[in-house]
Design a protein. Structure first.
Length: 501
């Protein structure tokens, strides 16, 4: 590998380690979305202005909280800070939109934000949770709102009575467009919902799983317009297999396929494998006739969909799947250079990584993950589960304040911050063609959630069975699920206690 390429890779991997540290897997490598030309924000503002006023009104009445503080605990770097905090205007579109949002809410309700930063990456899981539990157990009204790492913040549900039910908090209207409706539906059980996410959490967009493709290689091998395939609803696993199957070459002539060769598709075997559980519309749980989540992974579709993905990732010469490595740097160093050096047609990645990829010397486009088959109604997108979920402790004394501020902040985020991040930073600044911008719309509209996947850690990782087997080069999905099903059932019963008791 050339020295300059090594330097690029080193910087790329170091950034990844800093931002989305993984839980038993490689994380999303993201950064604060940097602003484009400040004048470009007009496009985002215009989109917000074009929406119906009823969609943008939060319906929170005039309230005066007499200068009270609103204490928000949040994670301390990257997009997790950028979505919450801006100390002053600095000319960057996202920063300035967050600053104006916060100022507008402070002035409207006569409050002041006290943003409390805490280490909160995956490696700080126990530290972050202990901080919350100790505070609540002591009866301290220290935090009004907590923004936590989705994969582990849900452990607060299973370890005691720490959280309020958002459904009982005044001024919260979950039919409003700034709340993800699938999340609301999935995470409400017995009219209880302990976590929320939506437009306030920019990290959901930043960490969306997507595919990037090399335009030069596509023209050389594919012969079909990729955007037309997506828009026709025909972007499926079979179609991706068909397009990538002839893109392979033993470039170093060593008689085997390794990191030095040409591929149709490159990926890790961790988060990017997980994303197919969502994109194939294979739910871990679904609600029964009583509205209670029950497992679906023991059904035939979970196994058959896995076997099709296994064949694509492990039995196809045109696919390179990076395996488990000791560190995130090692994982990324296996497959990202292949795409960066123009030796891969498609790479599985995160939408926020488009910011770093702008430095590439070739043109690339953006596509959603494929459907399992053409009968699937829509494209579905998994956000890497380091995104932010919000909860509020049972020790909060003023629930009116929490509800009014949370609803208003979410509404203001939809009006101003999301357009700045999405329309300007992602679409205008990073997407290299108008069609890719359209793909980002489809990707964002398909962001999906499932109760059994949100509770991934307390349930002992049922949907990660796909990644474990693909990493180990095993296709024993049926026996693996059967072996663990009893333990998973008990874990689900424990979680549901918080909802049903």
């Amino acid at each position: 590998m050339k020295t300059t390429m090594k330097r690029k890779l080193c910087a790329l991997s170091a950034f990844a380690l800093t931002l989305f540290l993984f839980f038993s897997c490689a994380p999303a490598k993201t950064e604060e979305a940097k602003g484009a030309d400040p004048d470009a924000s007009a496009d985002g503002d215009q989109k917000a202005a074009d929406e119906k006023p009823s969609e943008l009104s939060d319906d929170v009445p005039e309230l005066n909280f007499n200068g009270e503080a609103v204490n928000i605990l949040h994670r301390d770097y990257g997009i997790w800070t950028a979505e919450m905090v801006a100390e002053a205007q600095n000319g960057e579109v996202l920063n300035d939109a967050v600053y104006k949002r916060n100022m507008a809410v402070e002035e409207r309700f006569n409050i002041r934000f006290n943003m409390i930063a805490a280490r909160g990456a995956w490696d700080h899981k126990d530290e972050f949770l202990k901080r919350v539990r100790n505070t609540v157990s002591a009866g301290d009204d220290e935090y009004d709102i907590i923004g936590g790492y989705a994969a582990y913040i849900v452990e607060l549900t299973t370890s005691g009575n720490f959280l309020n039910n958002w459904r009982n908090i005044p001024y919260m209207d979950f039919e409003k467009p700034w709340w993800n409706q699938e999340f609301v539906s999935e995470m409400t059980v017995n009219d209880r919902m302990f976590y929320v996410t939506g437009d306030f959490a920019l990290s959901t967009i930043n960490a969306a799983n997507v595919l990037f493709f090399n335009k030069r290689l596509w023209q050389a091998y594919a012969f079909e317009d990729p955007y037309s395939i997506v828009k026709s609803g025909s972007w499926t696993l079979d179609k991706m297999t068909e397009i990538t199957k002839n893109v392979s070459m033993d470039l170093d002539n060593n008689g085997k396929y390794d990191e030095a060769d040409l591929y149709g598709y490159v990926t890790d075997t961790h988060n990017q494998v997980d994303a197919y559980v969502v994109s194939f519309d294979v739910p871990v749980t679904a609600k029964n006739e009583d509205g209670i989540p029950v497992y679906k992974i023991q059904e035939e579709k979970f196994a058959s969909a896995f076997l099709r993905l296994y064949e694509f990732t492990r039995e196809t010469p045109s696919t390179f799947a990076g395996t488990l490595q000791p560190t995130a740097t090692d994982i990324y160093s296996m497959y990202r250079p292949i795409f960066e050096e123009e030796r891969a047609l498609i790479i599985a990645e995160y939408l926020g990584n488009a910011a770093e990829m702008r430095a590439y010397e070739f043109d690339f486009g953006i596509l959603p993950f494929p459907k399992l088959d053409a009968d699937q109604p829509k494209y579905r997108t998994m956000p890497q589960n380091g995104y932010t979920m919000f909860c509020t402790p049972v020790t909060v004394q003023n629930l009116d304040k929490v509800g009014a501020i949370m609803e208003a902040m979410s509404a203001e985020s939809r009006k101003t911050v999301v357009p700045a991040f999405y329309e300007v930073a992602l679409k205008t600044k990073y997407a290299r063609d108008e069609e890719s911008a359209d793909m980002i719309d489809i990707i964002r509209e398909g962001i999906s959630y499932n109760f059994g996947m949100e509770y991934v850690v307390p349930l002992d990782h049922p949907h990660l069975e796909w990644r474990f087997l693909i990493s180990d080069k095993k296709n024993t999905i049926v026996s693996s699920v059967e072996k663990k099903m009893n333990a998973w059932e008990k874990a689900l019963e424990k979680i549901l206690i918080a909802y049903l008791d």
